[in-house]
Every structure is written in structure tokens, then in C-alpha cells.
Design a protein around this ligand. Structure first.
Ligand code: DC
Length: 221
């Protein structure tokens, strides 16, 4: 019997566009490693803030980045990034990180630091026997895995997204983060040519997932 191929699924989109929920469901359904790259940017931001390194102080920022050691631990089907052996604290979802993460993520040196680590998640997935990986972020289909088997781009009306985030109990500057993430020079948030664009404003999470799953399932047979 032929061995099914290892597949890579990229899911990009703005803040609170449904990337995490849909990618976690796909990971469970198809036995994929789930990789939330936003959590990586958040963890780095938290660490740099903790060390008092400003995003405007490039020399210190570069020195601090060179000092960070990344490893991966699995949390269920999700890849958890450790910095210096430490997992991220729950504060990476707090207001302070929300307010700063887009500024750090706009810096090419920060993005470069994470590039190889993100691509290396393929090896992590293979070592742990997953059938593929589903990676969510802003530049996965455009920069990290432009040749991914499936590249989805999720968008939804900003008011609807703000409602969803509020329901989760979070306070987030969604519109401001999207503005910064889309307008930066380095790997901006954009729907790359050839990606499958899904507008989730008027459809449920289940419907989004079913659209994706209908395309993915035949590839895994
Ligand atoms: O997915 P999230 O909202 O948790 O991501 C937090 C921030 O990280 C987001 O505002 C921009 C940045 N980010 C990025 O620049 N590139 C990625 N691939 C993922 C996240």
C-alpha cells in the first residue's frame, strides 16, 4: 500500500479571523501537528519586554535575539516553543504583549530569527509520526511555506472579529494590529496569489472547517 504523503497546510489571516480554531480542528481530524506562529511572536515579544529590550534599540535587540535558544515541546497536537527551556507564560495573551507584538514582528531580524525554527517544525512533525502540519500565521503561505499543499487565507469583517474576541473574554487591539501587520515592509499580512480565500463573516466555524476539509481529505487517502 502506498504511504500517504506528508502534507503542509498554511492558514493565514488577520487577528481573530478564526485561524486557531480551524487549524486545531483540522489537526485533530487529520492527525497533523498544529503550529501557531503567532504564539512564537508573542513569546519572543514577552521575553524581549522582560529583558527591557526596546523594539527601537536595534543593536541591543540583535544581541538579545542571538542569545535566545529555541526548542519545541508538544502540548497535545500543538507545538509549544520554549525559549531557554521555558514555555510561554499566559501573559503572552495579555494586554502588554497585544500592544507590542506587532512592533517587534515588523523587525526583519526578529522574523529572520524565527524563519528556520518555523520551517523546522516539519521535522518535529515527522519525528512524532504526524501526517503533516497545519501552520497558522500571517506569512505562512507567502514566505514560510509558499509551496504548501494548501494555502488558506481567512478574512472576516473587523466588527465581527472584535465580537468574537470579546466573547473569548479578551481585550485586543485587532484593528490596530492588522493595520501594522499589513503595512509593514517585512512579510506583510497579505493573501498571496493562488491562496484559497475564505470569508468567514457570515459562515460558522464548522462551515469554514468543512470547506477546508473537503479539499484536504482526498489528498490523504
Ligand atoms: O496570531 P496572533 O494574533 O496571536 O499573532 C500575534 C502577532 O504576531 C500578530 O499581530 C503579528 C505577529 N505575527 C506575524 O507577524 N507573523 C506570523 N506568522 C504570526 C504572527
Amino acid at each position: 500500500m502506498a504511504i500517504p504523503p506528508f502534507i503542509i497546510i498554511a492558514i493565514d489571516g488577520g487577528a481573530a479571523s478564526g485561524k486557531s480554531s480551524s487549524s486545531k480542528i483540522l489537526a485533530d481530524r487529520f492527525n497533523l501537528l498544529h503550529v501557531d506562529t503567532g504564539s512564537f511572536y508573542r513569546h519572543i515579544t514577552y521575553e524581549l519586554l522582560r529583558r527591557g529590550v526596546s523594539h527601537t534599540d536595534l543593536p541591543n535587540l540583535k544581541a538579545a535575539l542571538a542569545d535566545l535558544k529555541f526548542t519545541t515541546r508538544l502540548n497535545g497536537r500543538s507545538a509549544q516553543m520554549l525559549i531557554g527551556g521555558e514555555p510561554a507564560s499566559s501573559e503572552i495573551r495579555g494586554q502588554n504583549v497585544n500592544d507590542h507584538v506587532s512592533h517587534y514582528a515588523a523587525i526583519p531580524e526578529v522574523r529572520h530569527t524565527l524563519l528556520g525554527y518555523q520551517r523546522g517544525q516539519v521535522d518535529v512533525a515527522k519525528q512524532h509520526g504526524f501526517r503533516g502540519l497545519v501552520m497558522e500565521g500571517r506569512d505562512i503561505g507567502s514566505v514560510i511555506f509558499p509551496a504548501a499543499d494548501f494555502r488558506f487565507f481567512l478574512h472576516a469583517d473587523p466588527a465581527e472579529r472584535a465580537k468574537r474576541r470579546a466573547k473569548e473574554g479578551g481585550q485586543d487591539s485587532i484593528a490596530e494590529r492588522d493595520r501594522l501587520d499589513s503595512s509593514r515592509k517585512a512579510s506583510p499580512l497579505t493573501c498571496p496569489a493562488g491562496a484559497i480565500d475564505i470569508d468567514s463573516t457570515f459562515i460558522s466555524l464548522d462551515q469554514v472547517v468543512e470547506k477546508m476539509a473537503a479539499l484536504i481529505a482526498p489528498k490523504l487517502k
